[in-house]
Design a protein around this ligand. Structure first.
Ligand code: ATP
Ligand code: MG
Length: 374
């Protein structure tokens, strides 16, 4: 029987749980033309949420387009992908595609290639120099098409922080913002997995995307929701788990969506009929072993102060810069502590939540507790 849990891919219907409020909010933003930026630590469910909402709101008059900036290296590549995606998802037939391309990209004169096969696949190739020169035309393409066809378009861009790896990226951001802010029929949803880069892009007053739209901080999924989800998935597949044990799964990985799914999956695999405490323990061990190479590497790359600071954090020390903590964990000076803290934040190993430093990755925290002499 196939596992009823899913991790590592965006989650669809049966594996998707909770998020009622976020779905409502994002759907309403899509329908009311409010640009949104979604920020959360890694693997908390940004892409899954956007996919879910996109599926819900899309209609004949509201098109949702998703573009992933992962692996894109240049501004031109991005414009090319954007134009292709826009044309593809707003036209149903090949002829229409050609027509739209020709009509709205006059100065750029795209080359069209048609792949024959089971599904005719058309792609548009744009001349690099022309893209550079006429980028405005490309950026305005969705707005023009939306007007012409009397539709609204939502453009969702995943891994948006990648934009800051483009050459002269501040200029690129300025260009995007200056065009996008005039769009009346196109709404943008920007999100990405590098939390700090995203925060810099959208939260720094000096950056072009400052206050571009509504910032949505995605929370974790609550314990109670996980309990009902996990017990339901077990019973659906003719296995059993008590609510108490399901709660322990969620708590072991601090409700981190990816890890809850992974740990629930391992527990499910190891369970014949009814999950037990011993099975959960073994499954947790397996989870840590599966990720151990990564954690070793991450730990090896730390300097002494960073490592010692993590020890203090894992021990729940609150006053990291206090004399006692510095002495107890051999942190040197308070300037060292600040520096190490900032590096750990930059590396996305820790985060500050309500004034307290905490591990971002709950499984790494568990592994750290078990494997590093404290
Ligand atoms: N609503 C949800 N219900 C159940 N599980 C979820 C949900 N959202 C996310 N997950 C779990 O978390 C994993 C990561 O989800 P997703 O890829 O959507 O996150 P992300 O924030 O886009 O990650 P990244 O930061 O790596 O881009 C999924 O594979 C799934 O296991
Ligand atoms: Mg994602």
């Amino acid at each position: 029987m196939q596992t009823p849990f899913n991790f590592g891919r965006t989650v669809k219907s049966e594996c998707f749980t909770n998020r009622e409020q976020e779905i409502k909010k994002l759907a309403s933003n899509f329908q009311n033309k409010i640009n949104t930026t979604i920020i959360s630590p890694r693997r908390w469910g940004k892409s899954s949420l956007v996919e879910k909402v996109a599926g819900q709101v899309k209609s004949k008059t509201l098109r949702v387009i998703t573009i992933d900036l992962f692996g894109m290296r240049t501004e031109e590549e991005f414009y090319n992908a954007l134009a292709n995606a826009v044309i593809k998802s707003t036209s149903t037939k090949t002829e229409e595609w050609l027509e739209l391309g020709k009509k709205f990209l006059k100065t750029i004169t795209p080359k069209f290639t048609l792949e024959m096969g089971e599904k005719q696949n058309m792609s548009m190739e744009l001349d690099l120099d022309a893209i550079k020169k006429y980028y405005r035309e490309l950026l305005d393409l969705p707005e023009k098409i939306a007007k012409e066809k009397n539709i609204e378009i939502v453009i969702c861009i995943d891994e948006f922080q990648n934009i800051s790896t483009f050459n002269d990226h501040i200029a690129v951001q300025k260009r995007l913002r200056s065009v996008w802010q005039h769009h009346e029929h196109v709404t943008y949803c920007l999100y990405g997995s590098k939390q700090h880069m995203m925060m810099d892009l959208f939260n720094k007053q000096s950056n072009p995307f400052y206050r571009f739209g509504e910032l949505m901080y995605l929370p974790k999924i609550a314990e109670a929701k996980w309990v009902s989800y996990i017990t339901k998935q077990f019973s659906k597949t003719k296995k059993e788990i008590s609510s108490e044990l399901a709660l322990k799964i969620a708590q072991a990985v601090k409700c981190h969506p990816y890890y809850v799914q992974q740990l629930a999956h391992l527990t499910w695999i190891n369970t014949d009929k009814k999950a037990t405490e011993a099975i959960l323990k073994q499954s947790t061990q397996e989870l840590l072993e599966q990720n151990a190479i990564l954690y070793f590497k991450e730990t090896e790359e730390l300097n002494n102060t960073e490592l010692n600071l993590l020890k203090a954090i894992v021990k729940n020390e609150k006053q990291l810069s206090s004399k006692e903590t510095i002495q107890k964990y051999k942190l040197g000076t308070s300037a060292n502590v600040i520096k190490a803290k900032n590096t750990l934040i930059q590396k996305e190993i820790i985060d500050i939540s309500q004034g307290n430093a905490e591990f971002i990755d709950p499984a790494y925290e568990l592994w750290f507790m078990n494997n590093i002499t404290l």
